[in-house]
Design a protein around this ligand. Structure first.
Ligand SMILES: [Zn+2]
Length: 250
């Protein structure tokens, strides 16, 4: 049966049947894909640890029958990222990104920007960047790539970066930030942010690339996480698992 090669990064691996594994992969040419790795839960020898989350590999896969999930025949590990498993917090944050991607991306549709962002995130965390801030920045950028842009780098009306003191307003329905001068009347779809919070939010999207240096004051991270979570809920009716437990009001 004909096989083909495809480049991608593993998002998640889970048991499938007695000894097989099902792996979700973010591929470069076909976006989100799910493959079956035969015997992967019994012996890791054949696929030599290349099925762990965040590993980037070149997969050789084949489809046994139309409509069946492709099966991994072989793989060549290009980047293994075992350093990301050392810190449980870091691993948990990145796993949340993986499940977000697995839930949000339609199978078989190329998502070049998301692929680039995810690789940039993994590289930046591997390089010692602060995972919490980088993940927040990733989410803001990924929303843009998925069509729910959150425009928080500057005031939506006057386009000034958030330097002025005072209360800012973040409108969830359109993902827009307003400075103290331009802010609209309060509405159900909006939250008020302090200037420090608005600055921290802007700091996540202002640098042009997702790099190890991106970090916001840890004091604001929890609030920003809740904002991003609420925004996600607003736009998808869904949320990622951690916040289902720890959600509060912003
Ligand atoms: Zn303004």
């Amino acid at each position: 049966m004909p096989s083909y090669k495809i480049l991608g990064t593993i998002l998640t691996k889970r048991p499938f049947g007695e000894s097989d594994a099902m792996i979700d992969v973010l591929t470069v040419s076909r976006g989100f894909e799910t493959f079956v790795a035969k015997g992967a839960m019994r012996s890791r020898r054949r696929l030599v640890g290349g099925l762990e989350p965040f590993t980037r590999s070149e997969f050789t896969v084949y489809q046994s029958r139309p409509g069946k999930l492709p099966i991994v025949q072989d793989l060549k590990v290009l980047v293994s990222r075992f350093e990301l498993y050392r810190d449980f917090e870091v691993f948990t944050r990145l796993t949340e990104v993986s499940s977000f991607l697995a839930k949000s991306l339609p199978p078989g549709v190329p998502e070049y920007e998301i692929c680039d962002l995810f690789e940039a995130l993994l590289s930046a965390v591997s390089a010692g960047g602060r995972a919490e801030s980088l993940v927040l920045s990733f989410f803001l950028r990924a929303f843009g790539a998925l069509g729910w842009r959150m425009d928080v780098g500057a005031c939506a009306t006057c386009r000034k970066i958030p330097e002025a003191e005072g209360d800012y307003v973040l409108d969830f329905s359109e993902g827009r930030l307003f400075c103290p001068t331009c802010r609209p009347a309060p509405s159900q779809a909006a939250v008020v942010l302090t200037s420090l919070q608005a600055r921290a939010l802007a700091a996540l999207v202002l640098p042009p690339r997702l790099k190890a240096g991106i970090a916001v004051d840890p004091a604001h991270e929890r609030t920003l996480r809740q904002l991003i979570d609420r925004y996600l809920l607003w736009h998808t009716g869904d949320t990622h698992p951690r916040h289902a437990v720890a959600r509060g009001t912003v």
